[in-house]
Design a protein around this ligand. Structure first.
Ligand SMILES: Cc1cc2nc3c(=O)[nH]c(=O)nc-3n(C[C@H](O)[C@H](O)[C@H](O)COP(=O)(O)OP(=O)(O)OC[C@H]3O[C@@H](n4cnc5c(N)ncnc54)[C@H](O)[C@@H]3O)c2cc1C
Length: 785
């Protein structure tokens, strides 16, 4: 693709460079022959190198903040490891729904991308995901996108400042020289930081350096390896496969087959464990690694087709095989702060938190498939952790931001921060920070504390970025001064008995938000096959805001007769703080509990079991002295499963107040933080009323996109194309009842409504005409003049 044509909003168009590289220039005069110039120079506000999910999100965020951005990507499509070239599913803190991070999808641009992908591509076709990314970037008038353009080097105006980057596009034989005051390295390997001389790490730090329990005694150069996947296709008749001569013949060399046996129909990301090269230099020996991976995957396919062990592979053909290896690890650059294991496990807080992570610390044996060890070991924290801004810029190159897997993290911490949605989320902070730096004429380090970092946090939160433990304190938001009322409010008196019985093969709990004070009595409906006893436990989280039930507030053993009966939690417990409590029915396979069809924002059932994709036992059992916590996993089921338990609540819980839409939180934390309308309300309305008329130019409304549901981008598939909790049709009215804005087919999380003219009114009313299934719910309303 050629560069985006200059537009009226691009004051710094790409121009021929009079100082073009002599070696690349055709000796004949190009312009005289009417050919395009071979070297083009341009000026931008912010240049992003690398178009993986991190680079894409940094660029889009910066563009929306008003910067003229160049995004340079050396490959034909965007997405990096998430693109159709590699086909990895993008994930983040939700961790395939396999840990205790509830409502942990990241928010902001990456959520917009993933929600759009769900809407268009719930089957997870990687080619469609490419189009979602390409469309998102080309929709931004402030972004100049250079595809197939590889950045080769940079020029510095001083020892500690980058002034230009040079790239070359092999498709149009053009060299590009891009100048800017601020740069971002989102290239994975860190080509920009490396050529600029920014300090970086490669390999594993010794335990003594950061006192990380998981670190080796001695530092070493071991890395995580690369992977290549394949897709196969059923064609309806037998297909012969003749392997290329270079295919691996002796599959016994693939040692970890015992833990990961081959299956004829396992494809794509499910083959993540076909890994090689961590013991090599993953930058400079990348081609050697790729050839070995090709040998392995063609050898594996030959084995599946021709060994006779997989009769169900007879009609399969090889549809696609990766040509670009997915690279896990190479350079990690040093910022003003380096994240370490303790930041993750202890969930340390930082004054400059701008993003969060929640994937496990996930490390692999260096030898990959040739190792005797399990192909990966994942150690989870008890909840999500903050990512500090100081890890997102180089400590020595003053105008260089870092985004993606090359941010400032130790090898151990990188094991968690490296997943793509976490990379994208931190990159959004970089994009917004670049805009703030430019506005304030400061370098990245100049905004890392005090009022400027508060300003960055608020700017991010307005755009949907969630930062755990940091509420939005936004003086510009007029909603904070409004009186907020609603046509109705959901009262949790009961969840009706209208769905199937669920056998208590595993312990099951309802997660219920309870206000400070007395815990209500909650009654469940059970059925025993024969007389037995059932243990019930009321649990909380030791750390407020976590969803790991590691503190027992009360427990009882209840004698059950054969047949149906009620089980009541009537513990006399007083809470100092509002929080989610776990009402646990402990495992007893002779007992079933009744479930409900009702789905309501902020209510969930969870089960004490494990997801084999990210854990091996339902209680995490870490090695001694590893610094990792032992705790139980209590995880929800994915829809269409994952029903709430039918229950009765006395007194009824009032935890869905309209006032919550301006309390600074945009998802459940210790409370639901949502206004939810009564299910019987035919036209739910939420009104913001001011004592004096207000001039309002922009209104932002945050709906419920089910923050708990991981939106794996490819292969996996999802039960719906829009989550049932989301509002579909809404209207915004002023105090005179005139409609200011109406959307009939919303499927997105955040509606940002720029009114054509500022409106002066004493009241704004949001009318919810329809949702995608559940009672109407709103997390946030923001109003700006
Ligand atoms: C096999 C495997 C399994 C994994 N499993 C998961 C998973 O399940 N879920 C998950 O979310 N993450 C997973 N990861 C981790 C994740 O894919 C990476 O950590 C992540 O892609 C890093 O994001 P990034 O944007 O920094 O890099 P990338 O995604 O690699 O993007 C960097 C981009 O920069 C471009 N680039 C590089 N050099 C230049 C240059 N000189 N000029 C211009 N452009 C350049 C590259 O082409 C690339 O598109 C896995 C990784 C691997 C390899």
């Amino acid at each position: 693709m050629t560069p985006s044509p200059p537009t009226a909003t691009q004051p710094s168009p790409l121009e021929p460079d009079s100082r073009s590289l002599a070696l690349l220039r055709d000796p004949g005069s190009d312009s005289a022959k009417g050919r395009p110039p071979l070297c083009v120079k341009s000026q931008h506000d912010f240049v992003v190198v690398g178009g993986g999910l991190a680079g894409v999100c940094a660029a889009v965020q910066a563009s929306r903040a008003g910067l003229q951005v160049a995004l340079i990507q050396d490959r034909p499509v965007l997405g990096g490891n998430a693109s159709s070239e590699v086909r990895l599913w993008a994930l983040g803190a939700t961790s395939h729904l396999g840990n205790n991070n509830r409502w942990a999808r990241e928010g902001g641009v990456i959520d917009e991308i993933m929600t759009e992908n769900l809407w268009r591509n719930r089957e997870g076709n990687p080619v469609i995901f490419d189009t979602v990314l390409l469309e998102k970037v080309t929709a931004e008038p402030n972004i100049t996108l250079l595809l197939n353009t590889q950045v080769l080097e940079c020029e510095k105006s001083a020892g500690d400042r980058i002034s230009k980057v040079r790239g070359f596009c092999s498709q149009n034989s053009t060299c590009y020289v891009l100048s800017a005051p601020l740069f971002c390295d989102a290239s994975g390997d860190g080509i920009l930081g490396f050529t600029a001389g920014a300090p970086f790490r490669i390999g594993q730090e010794a335990r003594t350096e950061f006192a990380e329990g998981m670190a080796p005694e001695k530092e070493n150069r071991d890395l995580l390896g690369d992977s290549i996947f394949f897709y196969s296709k059923e064609v309806g008749h037998p297909v012969r496969f003749v392997p290329p001569a270079f295919a691996l013949k002796d599959l016994s060399k693939i040692r970890n087959r015992q833990t990961r046996p081959f299956h004829a129909r396992t494809i794509g990301s499910q083959l993540w464990w076909i890994e090689y090269g961590g013991h090599l230099d993953t930058v400079h020996e990348a081609e050697t690694i790729k050839w070995e991976l090709w040998r392995i995957v063609y050898g594996v396919w030959n084995h599946i087709k021709n060994s006779g062990e997989y009769p169900d592979a007879a009609n399969l053909t090889l549809e696609w095989i990766g040509t670009v290896p997915g690279k896990r690890e190479s350079r990690r650059f040093e910022g003003d702060y380096m994240m370490i294991q303790q930041d993750i496990v202890e969930q340390r807080t930082h004054q400059d938190a701008v993003a969060f992570g929640g994937w496990a610390i996930d490390h692999h044996p260096t030898e990959g498939v040739y190792s005797e060890q399990a192909p990966c070991v994942q150690w989870h924290a008890k909840g999500v952790y903050q990512i500090p801004y100081r890890a997102l810029y180089s400590r020595s190159i003053r105008n260089l931001f870092l985004a993606g897997r090359c941010i400032s993290a130790s090898h151990i911490a990188f094991g968690s921060t490296r997943v793509m949605v976490t990379c994208a989320h931190t990159a959004q902070a970089v994009g917004e920070a670049a805009a703030l730096c430019l506005a304030m004429k400061l370098d990245p380090a100049g905004i890392a504390s005090g009022e400027t970092i508060r300003a960055l946090q608020t700017r991010l939160q307005r755009k949907g970025q969630y930062i755990p433990d940091v509420p939005r304190r936004d003086d510009a938001d007029l909603a904070r001064t409004a009186t907020i009322t609603a046509s109705s409010e959901y009262i949790l008196a009961n969840l009706p008995i209208d769905h199937l019985w669920q056998r208590l093969e595993n312990s099951v709990a309802m997660l219920i938000p309870v206000a400070a004070g007395t815990v209500p009595k909650i009654t469940f409906y059970v059925q025993a096959d024969a007389a037995t006893s059932l243990q019930i436990e009321l649990r909380a989280s030791l750390r407020l805001g976590n969803y790991t039930p590691d503190k027992t507030l009360g427990q009882k053993t209840i004698a059950l007769a054969a047949g149906e009966q009620e089980v009541a939690f009537d513990f006399t417990v007083k809470l100092d703080h509002s929080q989610y409590l776990f009402f646990c029915l402990m495992a007893n396979s002779a007992v079933s509990v009744r479930t409900s069809e009702s789905r309501v924002t902020g209510l969930l059932s969870v089960t004490n079991k494990f997801n084999p994709a990210v854990a091996t036992t339902s209680t995490q059992e870490p090695p001694a002295n590893s610094g990792i916590d032992r705790f139980e996993f209590w995880c929800p089921e994915r829809r269409p499963g994952g029903r709430n338990l039918a229950l009765r609540c006395e007194p009824a819980l009032k935890v869905f107040s309209p006032k919550q839409v301006a309390n600074g939180w945009s998802r459940p934390t210790t409370q639901t933080n949502a206004w939810v309308a009564a299910p019987t309300d035919a036209l739910p309305t939420l009104s913001l009323t001011w004592a004096q008329p207000q001039s309002i130019h922009e209104v932002c409304i945050a709906f419920d996109p089910d923050w708990d549901h991981p939106l794996e981008t490819v292969l996996m598939g999802h039960p719906e194309d829009v989550v049932p909790f989301c509002v579909r049709h809404f209207r915004l009215r002023n105090g005179d009842d005139a409609v200011l804005h109406e959307v009939t087919d919303n499927h997105q999380t955040l509606a940002v409504i720029h009114l054509p003219q500022p409106v002066t009114t004493q009241q704004l009313t949001l009318e919810i005409v329809a949702t995608h299934g559940t009672p109407a719910a709103i997390f946030e309303v923001m109003c700006f003049s």
